[in-house]
Design a protein around this ligand. Structure first.
Ligand code: BTN
Length: 328
């Protein structure tokens, strides 16, 4: 009913519509109309109330509310079930609970803020209110668990397409799934899986996109390595447009993988890569070394040529060594 009230206000494009008219059109009481208007205001919509004329929508909210997402959504499966939080510990935690409880593929969890956002390698993820996209998507892919790592590369390709299209930011992918602009991180992706030996129960792909964060806000050591799309583009980026573009690109990449396998996505990953052809420092689970990143193989492992041969890197941290300047 709240969505229906919002639709009427939007259709009236800034003109007043009386509470009486809304209550008649939607066949609800005036009190119910008033309650929905109050809840829309609390959600961030700017609605003017006039004692005689009624209500007029002055400004849409910038929040990533389900009503707004649904209006702009072009994906068919991703986003068909939306769980929205003003604040949550971690959208990945919430999505994993929903997935374990049997939610359908394509369920998404979105939050304005995370108070315990999680990154790769047990790190945290800075997730301030309303300044980024903190999103997790539940997949139930028909692949073998061995292919899960490639789903992360698929997500990186899709998100990179979307950020470049919406923010024109000139970003590239650092192996395996960081998206960097001007050598600084704007996107991180955390993939988590529940599987049996031969089948995946679910994969949750969590994406953190630094959209409109002022670089001065980044805390501690992140400040030296992170940036935001707004800082790179020099203007505020519409979160909703980027959000729905990410879902559309992710669905398109997922359909490609289901229909044609991972080869097209891996080829695109290579084209968008800023890692290949660079000297890299690899910090693996049991060893650290330096070499030239030459390729990724069919499993998505990074191939690094060192003095003692070609190393296959499947996990760990990789930083690029530019000819001069900071590591990235
Ligand atoms: C990384 O370390 O680069 C991965 C960061 C992933 C952050 C996102 S934000 C949405 C989702 N929820 C989390 O707790 N983490 C991921």
């Amino acid at each position: 009913m709240r969505t229906a009230v919002l639709e009427l206000l939007k259709r009236n494009s800034g003109q007043y519509i009386s509470g009486e008219e809304i209550s008649q059109l939607l066949k609800v009481s005036r009190t119910a109309v008033w309650k929905h208007i109050r809840s829309l205001k609390q959600a961030g919509y700017e609605i003017e109330a006039h004692p005689r004329l009624g209500y007029a929508l002055r400004q849409n909210t910038d929040r990533l509310l389900p009503e707004e997402i649904k209006t702009h959504l072009t994906s068919k499966v991703l986003g068909r079930e939306i769980h929205y939080f003003s604040e949550v510990d971690s959208t990945n935690n919430a999505a994993k609970k929903l997935a374990a409880g049997g939610c359908p593929e394509g369920t998404i969890v979105v939050a304005e803020a995370q108070n315990t956002g999680r990154g790769r390698l047990s790190r945290g993820w800075f997730s301030p209110y309303g300044k980024g996209i903190w999103l997790s998507v539940v997949f139930r892919p028909p692949f073998s668990p061995m292919d899960a790592a490639k789903c992360t590369l698929m997500a990186a390709v899709a998100v990179n397409r979307a950020v470049n299209a919406v923010a024109g930011a000139g970003c590239g992918i650092k192996w395996p799934n960081d998206i960097l602009c001007n050598g600084r991180k704007v996107v991180g992706i955390l993939t988590e899986m529940s599987a049996e030996m031969d089948a995946i129960n679910y994969i949750v792909i969590g994406m953190g996109i630094n959209v409109n964060i002022d670089p001065h806000e980044f805390p501690g050591e992140i400040a030296a390595t992170a940036t935001s799309l707004a800082a790179v583009a020099g203007c505020q980026i519409p979160r909703l447009k980027l959000f729905t573009e990410i879902l559309a690109e992710l669905e398109s990449a997922y359909n490609t993988v289901k229909n044609f396998g991972f080869a097209p996505v891996l080829a695109e990953w290579k084209n968008q890569s800023i890692t290949l052809g660079q000297q890299v420092d690899v910090h693996g689970i049991d060893r650290s070394f330096t070499g030239l990143a030459t390729d990724i193989d069919d499993d998505g492992a990074l191939l690094v040529t060192t003095a003692s041969g070609v190393a296959r890197v499947l996990a760990g941290d990789v930083s690029i060594r530019p000819a001069a300047g900071k590591l990235r």
